[in-house]
Each structure stands twice: as C-alpha cells, then as structure tokens.
Ligand binder design. Sequence first.
Ligand code: NAP
Length: 308
Amino acid sequence: MRDVVILGSGCAGWTAALYLARANLKPLVLTGTQMGGLLTTTSIVENYPGFPQGVDGTALMVQMMEQAQKFGAEVEFGVVADQVTLGKGKQQICAGKKIIETKALIVSTGAGHRHLDVPGEKELETKGVTYCATCDGALPMFRNQPVVVVGGGDSACEEATFLTRFASKVYLVHRRGELRASKIMAERALGNPKIQPVWNSVVESVEGVKEGKVTGVRLKDTGTGKSSVLACAGVFIAVGHVPNTQIFKGQLNMDEAGYLQLATGSRTNVEGVFGAGDCADKVYRQAITAAGMGCMAAIDAERYLAGG
Ligand code: NAP
C-alpha cells in the first residue's frame, strides 16, 4: 500500500509530486500516454511567471518532472490507469495488468482535445486533420499549402499564428463574428497578413475521404445558411477540450461536461481522493492555475495522511 499516487503528468501532477516528495511521502506519478500533458502541444509559453523570454512547453514540463524526481518522486512513464475502485482509506488503480493500492490519490488527468464530430474528421485524422499545430504543422504535406484552423479561442489564435511559418495561407474559421481569445493573442493573429478570418462559419464536413487526404472543408455560413467548400491541405481543430475523467464516472462527483466537482480546496466526494488541474477546472485552465491546484491537492493529501 502506497501513501500517495498521482494520475497525470501536467503542471498539476508535477507540482503535486514536488510538494509530496519534499514531504517525504514518495509519491508515484503515472504519467499517462502524454508525458507533460497539453502544455507539450503548445510552443512557447509566455505567461508562466518567471520566464520573461517565454519557455518551451515541453521543456517546462521536463524541468518540473526533474524537480519532483530530485526530491524522490517515482515516475512510471506511459502508464495509464484504466479502472479505479475508490473508497475511504483505500484507492485501487488498475493499469493494464498492474494493480496499485494507495491511501491517497490525486487525480490530475487533464483534458483532451474536443472533436468536431463531422463527417470526414475521423477518417482523415493523420491524413491532414490534426489537433496540434506544434506537433504536425511542419509536416511536408502542409508546407506552402493553404490550411484551415477551426476555433476562436487562444489555442486557435496560437495555432494559426504558428502555422504561418509553414503554410501559404491560414484560414481561421470561427462559428461567431468575434474571437473568444485574449486581446493579445487575437490581435497577433488578426494582424498577421497570412491569416484570413472566416467568420460565422461552421464546418459541416472535411472533404477528401475518397482521395485519402484532406482536400478542403465544407463550410456553412450561419447567417445565410449557404454552404461552400474551402480548399485546403490541412485542418487544425482547436475547439476546446474535454476533461479526462471518464474512468471516475459514477465514483467521483462531476458536472455534466465531466469536470470534477471539488469541495473545500481539492477534496472530492471520496475521502482521500483529491482533484487538481484541467480535469477539475472549466474556468481558468492555465498552466499556472493548474500548478497552484496541484500544490493545494498535495497539501490536502499530506494533511489527510497525517490524520488532519
Ligand atoms: P476555448 O477558450 O474553450 O475556445 C474554444 C473555441 O472553440 C471557442 O471559440 C468556441 O467557440 C469554439 N468551439 C467550441 N466548440 C465548437 C464546435 N463544436 N464547433 C466550432 N467551434 C467550436 O479553448 P482553447 O482556445 O483551447 O483555450 C482553453 C484554455 O486554455 C483557455 O482558458 C485559454 O485561455 C487557455 N490557453 C491559453 C494560451 C495562452 O495564454 N498562451 C494558449 C492556449 C490556450 P465560441 O467562442 O463560440 O464558444
């Protein structure tokens, strides 16, 4: 029986691991499939305090991991919890054939990319449909080609701006007439001559299934109802995220979108189970707030283990 296990390896998970390791509780971190979480899919993080020149998202996560390891955190890479049995005093985690038991559990499983759920999207994934410009933007199939970014938030603006390095033109397709993104990100995107906004338009389908690669998107103008095809070689979908909490359904309280509902700090409805980061935050969803929540969860877990 371990003292504490942390599920997830984003800002929340590593911060919790750092605090718990320094408290001598030898936390075990199961990283999940994507070590570092969503931050590793961004380029330069400009709003994490302490880095006036910005910091590479992946580099920041590796540094957080090393800091936690330095104080004794154990890490199992690529291990994903696929089933949990939660209860007072004992939490059981199944990860493949492995069964881990722990007194305290920190759930910092983050969030994944939301899909559009339109025809052609699934069929053309890896054939021009992607959810990560930093991962895929430089691929030869997008170079000097027109591409589409779907969404109106910070992610869409960041991805569109990044893609101007490679693509001949970037269409920013948004379902409304104004962006949701922060002012600085919106201005940067809209001020870029290679980015052309396409307002009030929803994607009806991704075209190119027959050809085996993306050839365009069919758009519907929400004002006129007219439908048309915009030719492109890539579709970068940045329409928000869904919390990775499916395995806790029925055991942990969550809202209808799947975000964990926390009471008094990081406590969930199960004694000894704590939530932190994007899986429990639908409001702020920033690297720094996730790190703060990880710290809170670690302190709550430490007090719980001490009988407080
Ligand atoms: P977001 O803020 O939730 O924005 C999602 C966008 O997708 C919205 O514009 C939304 O439209 C649109 N959308 C949602 N579902 C859609 C659908 N089915 N079809 C078409 N469009 C759809 O998500 P995000 O941009 O990924 O940002 C998430 C969080 O991370 C935010 O808190 C953001 O500030 C943060 N973030 C920060 C940075 C940074 O500061 N460097 C970078 C990236 C992300 P509506 O506007 O109409 O709702």
